[in-house]
Design a protein around this ligand. Structure first.
Ligand SMILES: Cc1cc2nc3c(=O)[nH]c(=O)nc-3n(C[C@H](O)[C@H](O)[C@H](O)COP(=O)(O)O)c2cc1C
Length: 209
């Protein structure tokens, strides 16, 4: 491989597969990560994630494995996975490219997260102007359900998890994680005072991620 060559990982499928066909995603190894995760314990999945060094893309580059570990170890009974796809920053389109071009990758990642942290419900809070992202995500979620990758007893295991898409209404501040949670709960999108962090107390007092 030459120095100028790009090895795409996250965007590997974008522009290559038809994002409206789950079969295309499956042909390129889609949902194999979820199957592999379900064969292991949640703690093992989190440990591997920590080792991988994966970091958040929301701006702060926070280690994803640590974030998941906080939730896995929390004492809360009900946990949620909330994906911040508000993408309000002018000129930013990293999330849109992924949601429009490879929506199943996001869904698979959220299902793995749900398994690892012990959540049964996930939400994708999408910028309201991203009509195509919303349409493709909803179609992909329906396909994933039909294939047993979402819903009750996923792939014959005891793990149940489902995802809902929520559209934002165009407020930049709702991309801030605590304002996002307020907005998702139908309240005014104002940031919350911290502590507590959403890792320990998010929607209706339950943690996210
Ligand atoms: C005013 C404001 C707007 C923000 N907007 C976004 C956004 O549109 N998308 C995003 O991912 N993070 C946004 N953030 C950062 C989030 O609060 C949070 O740190 C981020 O979702 C964590 O993402 P990560 O887990 O990928 O690191 C914003 C923060 C502030 C203060």
């Amino acid at each position: 491989m030459k120095a100028w060559m790009e090895k795409r990982i996250l965007l590997d499928n974008v522009g290559v597969i038809d994002p409206e066909r789950i079969e295309d995603y499956l042909e390129r190894g889609g949902y194999e990560g979820l199957k592999a995760a379900l064969r292991r314990t949640p703690a093992d999945v989190v440990a591997e994630l920590k080792e991988s060094g994966l970091r958040g893309r929301g701006g702060a580059g926070f280690p994803t494995g640590l974030k998941w570990e906080f939730v896995l170890k929390s004492r809360a009974k009900t946990r949620y996975v909330v994906c911040n796809a508000d993408e309000g920053e002018p000129g930013t389109f990293k999330d849109r490219v992924l949601m429009e071009g490879d929506p199943h990758r996001l869904i698979e990642g959220m299902a793995i997260c749900g398994y690892a942290v012990g959540a049964r419900r996930g939400f994708i809070y999408v910028r309201g102007e991203y009509a195509l992202s919303i349409r493709r995500l909803e179609r992909a979620i329906a396909q994933a359900r039909a294939h047993g990758f979402l819903g009750r007893k996923i792939l014959g295991t005891d793990f149940s998890f489902d995802i809902e898409v929520r559209a934002g209404a165009g407020a930049y501040v709702c991309g801030e994680e605590t304002a996002l949670l307020e907005s998702m709960e139908g309240k005014r999108g104002w940031p919350r005072i911290r502590p507590p962090s959403p890792r320990t107390k998010a929607s209706a007092g339950n943690p996210r991620w």
